[in-house]
Design a protein around this ligand. Structure first.
Ligand code: FAD
Length: 405
């Protein structure tokens, strides 16, 4: 959606990958849009539903899948219901933002939150020539990212004239004659759009109401087959938890591949082909203007919290061979466990090559490789794509030395 919003010539409906009638006509699925499930009655094996016409009824089930996703968190401050205060989660939100940019003639915007959606939207809004302020209450730009890598992202935002205000709390938002005024502790900002991008929370109220187990952030607890504590109820996607392949512990990392994969796994399990999901490594990537930012596995802090003895290194390598035209710097932070020798996590920031390169350490995490084993893997080389020693190998070699010292 951010990339679509960046381009006024594109229709937002470009993003619809499958129309309602394809489900109904080609796949013989009784798809009912505009219907909200209000409660689950586990003993009667039925859900109560109300539709947009206000008709209420119940539907029985043999097996139920709760795939209710997540909702954007709304800041608990006065003024969040004013026109021009928006969130981006559903296609409808995207449509509203896109229309608002034109109808409200947005020239200045404020973005609250500096997660990946906030940063992608920063790029989109700047691409549309909008003056942009970004606020967050935490003083660190991206607290989960290695400090030196985070500074690169900050420089990129500065270079693209995004005005950053980390450590700044929004007090309230007021309506003015020509838009909104965002009131912070030590300054106010006028804008026509305030976009909240401070994270999401799992839509688990139905599950909670039915007495199903929830995790610490209210995500629905499922086993490796995506089943809840009720053997007839599964849960998949942003509302459900997963196992982390490095720690073996439950985590809640709401991302698209896991949502998709868990959906397929539920279908297999329900139709008699038992499937266990190995879990997630927290692999993620996003773009911030001309930077690619990628991560997999644990940060040093997360590793320490999970009981590992983490060692971290930080290197600067190149995206292409020495002196090859277009080569630029690639920065890598890599974490290993001194006790077991295992690779625990990797982060990359570069102008090119980070997005796909992160998949090598991600696979290593799934395979439970030690840093030494990873450092011996046969990664591809040709001048336009990497130095002879891929930055992943250089980082692993450096980490190995550090772990053995
Ligand atoms: C702007 C944006 C960018 C993103 N970019 C990435 C990315 O680059 N990479 C990545 O991995 N992930 C990305 N994500 C996250 C990704 O979109 C989600 O992980 C994924 O869509 C989750 O799918 P889901 O099916 O669990 O939930 P959803 O797609 O949210 O679907 C949940 C559905 O349940 C319905 N529902 C909820 N409650 C009820 C109810 N009571 N009754 C009936 N229906 C109900 C909702 O209407 C909705 O249709 C992005 C998300 C956003 C918002």
């Amino acid at each position: 959606m951010p990339y679509n919003i960046a381009d006024p010539s594109r229709e937002i409906d470009d993003l619809v990958v499958r129309q309602v009638q394809v489900f109904r006509e080609k796949q013989d699925i009784d798809l009912r849009i505009g219907h909200r499930v209000q409660a689950i009655d586990r003993s009667a094996k039925a859900v109560s539903v109300v539709n947009v016409r206000g008709e209420a009824f119940t539907l029985g089930y043999d097996t139920l899948l709760i795939a209710t996703g997540a909702s954007p968190i709304i800041l608990d401050r006065p003024g969040m219901d004013l026109p021009g205060v928006m969130v981006l989660k559903s296609l409808e939100h995207g449509r509203r933002i896109k229309e608002w940019l034109t109808t409200a003639k947005v020239k200045q915007a404020v973005l609250v939150g500096m997660g990946y959606i906030g940063l992608e939207m920063a790029e989109a809004l700047r691409a549309r020539g909008i003056e942009l302020h970004m606020l967050k209450n935490n003083p660190n730009l991206l607290p989960w990212l290695h400090q030196d890598l985070s500074e690169l992202v900050q420089k990129e935002l500065d270079a693209n004239e995004v005005r950053l205000h980390p450590g700044c709390d929004v007090k309230r938002v007021e309506k003015t004659d020509d838009g909104l005024e965002v009131i912070c502790e030590s300054f106010n900002i006028k804008a026509q759009l305030l976009l909240l991008a401070i994270g999401v929370k799992p839509n688990s109220e139905l599950a909670a109401g039915a007495g199903l187990e929830l995790g610490p952030r209210k995500e629905i607890a499922v086993d490796k087959r995506a089943r809840t504590l009720d053997e007839n109820i599964y849960s998949a996607g942003d509302c459900a938890d997963a196992y982390h392949v490095v720690t073996g512990q439950k985590v809640w990392i709401p991302l698209a591949l896991r949502a998709n994969r868990a959906g397929y796994a539920v279908a297999d399990n329900v139709t008699g082909r038992p499937v266990e999901l190995p879990g997630v490594a927290g692999t993620a990537v996003f773009k911030c203007f001309d930077l690619e930012i990628a991560r997999t596995g644990l940060t040093r802090h997360e590793a320490a919290q999970a009981g590992f003895d983490p060692v971290e290194i930080y290197i600067t390598s190149r995206t292409r061979a020495h002196r090859h035209p277009g080569a630029s710097e690639m920065r890598v932070a890599m974490v290993g466990d001194k006790k077991s020798g295992k690779l625990l996590g990797t982060q990359i920031v570069s102008r090119e090559g980070a997005a796909h390169r992160i998949n090598a350490p991600a696979v290593a995490l799934h395979a439970g490789l030690t840093v030494e084993e990873f450092s011996r893997t046969d990664l591809a080389y040709a001048p336009p794509f990497s130095p002879v020693w891929d930055p992943m190998l250089t980082a692993a070699n450096q980490l190995l030395k550090e772990m053995q010292s």
